[in-house]
Design a protein around this ligand. Structure first.
Ligand code: PLP
Length: 399
């Protein structure tokens, strides 16, 4: 038997996989399941983006590119950041990666030494703690509360800082809550970050999907003097419905970006050549087109919120962006199914909803909060209304 590394043994298997695998198995048996577990827009990639990629392929743009990505795309990313956030970057401060995920992974490998601690705000995107662990670091989860809109008290956050703490990961609008951190919180955090000499990874992947259609904001646009310690991560996956293209990027101080390029040059080499051309075309998408998508998600958020309010015992904060709603369902814990099984946690309630309502959601425990489930509204309004009706019926059958 081959020995597995300690590194991989320390990784937790994804808690979302059990529900996902079961939903897929039911579908294969011809059973109708409404899937509210999706982490990607249900729209297709816009035609002009596909055309640009096809053109690149036909013209033979199929060879290696520079490790940090093609210059024209890095320039386009700098222009986008200037337009969206008013921040100035040059192409040497940009790395194009295989999705935002690899941008974060490269950064963590470049920034973490064995045993270094990284702050992660709960509820968090599933991959952050595992990525930190994989890079040899220790994820330090900062608790938040539903009552405070999942925004941590700065004093609580400060108590989590030790001499080993090197940085913090932020994500706003957030997966899984769909909430946006307040200006006050980010400005307060900026002071802490300076005081303790921390770096920040600002994962802005959902920044254009905010329902007030306002210009995006992050800790750096609010406090530009942090430019030497903030890394901005983004990509085309969510904004342009391009999850499968695997193009993301990171921006930050040259030395760290060069370190990421070194890591990337010894792993994936670079992001796929013709997908980079597609991403370049994506960045030319008129702002109005992006807003159309944000408006559709905003409308769905309203429809979902209205339907969920009809279900007794479910509590939630209406999302401000992305395409997720985090619903508190713990009022149903301790209740019994018709088969006599007691529901105790978010995995069991998600399994129950799949079995009884034929609706797939993601257990909150995957994001660090076991009293919740994550509902994705990357699906039609009809599906959302029908799913809520089925969820309500199933929950009310519990005794
Ligand atoms: C918060 C967050 N960051 C990053 C990613 C990864 O994006 P990409 O598909 O560009 O790797 C996701 C995808 O679900 C996400 O939700």
């Amino acid at each position: 038997m081959v020995k597995l590394s300690q590194r991989v043994k320390a990784l937790k298997p994804s808690a979302t996989l059990a529900v996902d695998a079961k939903a897929k198995a039911l579908k294969e048996q011809g059973i109708d399941v409404i899937n509210l577990s999706a982490g990607e827009p249900d729209f297709d990639t816009p035609e002009p983006i596909k055309e640009a990629c096809i053109k690149a392929l036909k013209e033979g743009f199929t060879k290696y590119t520079p490790s940090p990505g093609i210059l024209s795309l890095r320039k386009a990313i700098c222009e986008k950041i200037k337009k969206d956030y008013g921040l100035d970057y040059c192409p040497e401060e940009v790395i194009v990666t295989t999705g935002a995920k690899q941008a974060i992974f490269n950064l963590l490998l470049a920034l973490i030494d064995e045993g270094d601690e990284v702050l992660i705000l709960s509820p968090y995107w599933v991959s952050y703690p595992e990525m930190v662990t994989c890079a040899g670091g220790i994820p330090k989860v900062v608790p938040t509360s539903f009552e405070r809109r999942f925004e941590p008290e700065l004093s609580t956050l400060e108590t989590k800082i030790s001499p080993k703490t090197v940085g913090i990961i932020l994500n706003s609008p957030s997966n899984p809550t769909g909430l946006i951190y307040s200006k006050d919180f980010l400005l307060g955090l900026a002071e802490i970050v300076e005081k303790y000499n921390l770096w920040v990874i600002s994962d802005d992947i959902y920044d254009k999907l905010r329902f007030d259609l306002k210009r995006p904001e992050n800790i750096l646009s609010l406090q530009p003097k942090l430019k030497d310690r903030v890394f901005l991560v983004n990509g085309v996956s969510k904004t342009y419905a391009m999850t499968g293209w695997r193009i993301g990027w990171a921006l930050g101080p040259k030395e760290v970006i060069s370190a990421c390029v070194k890591i990337q040059s010894q792993s994936t080499s670079h992001a796929t050549s013709f997908a980079q051309k597609g991403a370049e075309a994506a960045l030319k998408t008129p702002e109005e087109e992006i807003k159309k998508m944000a408006k559709i998600f905003a409308k769905r958020a309203e429809v979902l919120s209205k339907a969920l309010k009809e279900i007794p015992g479910i509590e939630f904060i209406p999302p401000q962006g992305a395409f997720y709603l985090f619903a508190k369902v713990s009022a149903y814990y301790g209740k019994k199914t018709s088969a006599g099984k007691i529901i105790n946690n978010s995995v069991e309630i998600s399994e129950y909803l799949l079995d009884e309502a034929r609706v797939a959601v993601v257990p909150g425990v995957a994001f660090g909060e076991d009293e919740f489930i994550r509902i994705s509204f990357a699906t039609s309004e009809e599906n959302l209304i029908l799913a809520c009706k089925k969820i309500k019926e199933a929950l009310l059958r519990l005794s």
